[in-house]
Design a protein around this ligand. Structure first.
Ligand code: SF4
Length: 611
């Protein structure tokens, strides 16, 4: 039986050190080299070229070896036992069998066996055509394979597995993955870059080579980390055919582990704001009408942390002004005592804040605070931040700085966020200098153009903004033209990585959607809402696997419109779970690192006050 493999220069080492070295059977190996240069990273130009080459190689092979059975394999694969008999057994009565890619039933095009016949030829020809538009073979392959009624398609057993077969999450080289009984082939996918692939292959070899007890320990630790049950996956591969999209396994197995028990969330402490920024939906009243104007209460915050003990990092800001929340000080204290990291990175105007709250930010170690200040003088600042008081904001920042000195704490790290408009572009340098003097990072953000309403005060000195933004563009339209995706495309990733919860518990998913919700986290629990059909379907929409139905919140969003325009869908490699502080680090930060200083400083403060 022929074994066909394609490789490029970036994968040469994988081919020699893993694929060929570990091959067990007497396959008639046919290697084809694709002459492209590049790192071979997912969706990069050289990767796409290699995928096209692979597709054409398979079509050629089907035509050349008509009526034969052959195996196609990527070279980021290692073998731990003979595979030929299992391949032939799985292929009985079928046209093509593939390694299971992920628990939702997707087929992997990285390792498969097929009969060269008219059905498999049509399949790959259609995939080849789709590739020119979509640039990803696997999504096209899974769609076309399900659309072809006469194609007999199935899975290889789970002894052929990849890093995402049991939990569809991206892993870096040292992260754990599940290893089934009697593994014969491991595919180092669901990771990015050659070093990570090598590390995964090394890890697989170590676990499998050290026998059943090491494998069991690995799998127990994997379960503790991801809470992923593997029996549904094993049952899936035993089915005689693949499920159609409509009958795919319940969402419960689709996206578990890291994505339904996220460590990071956004909990919008306030959807009310006292300012009247011209193009902000909060200021126009649109937010109050759609999701209500209100605050997270201390009682709800406590309940949320108690019921979701795995959440350890919370962003507090989105639509409203956090500092208006009357329970903010107690919320900061409660989270600090539970060693949960809080941050205000989306932005606050900091126009109103009591001294007690400013001290609490430092005392309870809010990790970071981004302050929206679009000007370096009251006159310019208040053009957009209507009703805002520039001097008061700066005074609050100076006060935070004084508290940081008092507590000898680096927290919160401060950032000055400056939205570039036509009316404030001349004050960028001055604002940058002021930020430096206040010990703040400075971030220039492109204005939201017409995201919410008509463009407000568009920039006129386009060269300067293009330079200052560091992106070579002066507004979001130019960004989209240059990069082929929306400036805020990554907002969609929040559904997976940092889902956003409204003050009343409704899960809105991302920081843009205020039209619809996915369920109520305070009532149903975060895990259950994230695993729900609506969330799973929305994720499939964002990955380009289905169209947004009438009931999809994304249907009304300009980011979704941009994704459709550019055929730019969320890819698995974008969904890398951001690192969060470990429990030990959180504990140390809150109890050791600054407490001696805090205690001493507090004592000296009291003595000085008494004197
Ligand atoms: S497309 Fe959907 S997930 Fe993405 S930003 Fe818009 S509403 Fe949010």
């Amino acid at each position: 039986m022929k074994l066909i493999a394609v490789f490029s220069a970036s994968h040469e080492t994988l081919k020699d050190q893993w694929f060929l070295r570990t091959l067990k059977d007497d396959y008639d190996v046919r290697l084809r080299r694709c002459d492209v240069r590049g790192p071979g990273s997912y969706m990069q130009e050289d990767w796409t070229q290699t995928i096209l080459f692979k597709c054409e190689t398979i079509i050629d092979a089907i035509q050349k070896y008509w009526d034969e059975i052959f195996v196609y394999s990527d070279v980021d694969v290692a073998f731990f036992g003979p595979t030929k008999s299992a391949v032939l057994e799985s292929l009985a009565g079928k046209d093509i069998v593939c390694q299971l890619d992920d628990p939702s039933g997707n087929l992997c095009t990285g390792f498969l066996a097929l009969r060269a016949n008219d059905r498999t030829l049509r399949l790959w020809q259609q995939v080849r055509r789709a590739l020119e538009r979509e640039r990803r073979d696997q999504i096209a392959f899974n769609r076309v394979a399900r659309e072809m009624d006469d194609l007999r398609v199935g899975y290889l057993p789970v002894s052929f597995f990849g890093a995402g077969t049991f939990a569809a999450r991206h892993v870096c080289g040292r992260q754990r993955f599940y290893v089934p009984d009697n593994p014969v082939m491991f595919h180092a996918n669901f990771t990015i870059g050659i070093p990570n692939k090598m590390a995964l292959l090394t890890q697989a070899e170590r676990i499998i080579g050290n026998g059943a007890s090491v494998r069991r320990v690995n799998n127990a630790l994997f379960y503790m980390q991801t809470r992923t049950r593997t029996s549904p996956v094993e049952a899936l591969t035993r089915q005689d055919k693949i499920p159609k999209r409509s009958e795919q396994p319940s969402p419960e197995v689709h996206d578990r582990g890291a994505f339904t028990r996220p460590r990071s969330v956004t909990l919008d402490l306030s959807t009310a704001c006292q300012l009247k920024c011209p193009s902000c939906p909060t200021a126009t009243g649109a937010i109050a009408r759609s999701i209500g104007a209100g605050f997270v209460t201390l009682a709800d915050f406590k309940k949320f942390l108690r019921e979701h003990p795995w959440v350890s990092d919370i962003e507090l800001s989105n639509w409203g002004e956090v500092f208006l929340n009357p329970d903010l000080e107690q919320i900061l204290r409660y989270a600090y005592r539970r060693h949960v990291v809080l941050r205000i990175d989306n932005g606050a105007n900091l126009d109103r804040a009591s001294n007690r709250v400013l001290e609490a930010l430092v005392k309870y170690k809010l990790r970071s605070l981004s302050c929206s200040i679009d000007g370096a003088s009251q006159e310019v600042y208040s053009v957009y931040r209507v009703r805002g008081h520039f001097d008061r904001v700066i005074a609050h920042l100076r006060q935070i700085d004084r508290f940081k000195k008092k507590y000898r704490s680096p927290y919160p790290a401060l950032r000055w966020q400056f939205v570039a408009f036509g009316h404030n572009q001349h004050e960028i340098s001055k604002a940058r200098d002021m930020a430096r003097e206040l010990g703040m990072d400075f971030y220039l953000k492109l204005s939201w153009d017409d995201l919410y309403t008509e463009p407000f005060s568009p920039v006129t000195d386009r060269n300067a903004i293009a330079r200052e933004s560091g992106l070579g563009v002066a507004d979001r339209r130019a960004y989209e033209t240059k990069f082929g995706r929306s400036y805020i495309a990554s907002t969609c990733h929040q559904l997976w990585l940092r889902p956003r919860i409204n003050f009343d518990g409704r899960l809105l998913g991302c920081s843009i959607n205020h039209w619809d919700d996915f369920g109520n986290v305070f009532a149903e629990g975060l895990e259950s809402v994230l695993a729900g059909d609506k969330m799973q379907q929305t994720k499939a929409v964002l990955m380009g696997l289905r169209d947004a139905g009438e009931d999809s919140p994304c249907r009304r969003c300009q980011v979704y419109a941009s994704r459709r325009r550019h055929n730019a869908w969320v890819t698995p490699d974008e969904l890398i779970v951001p690192p969060v502080e470990s429990p030990l680090r959180r504990w140390a930060t809150n109890t050791i690192l600054h407490r001696p200083f805090t205690a001493l400083e507090g004592l000296s403060h009291r003595i000085r006050s008494a004197l």
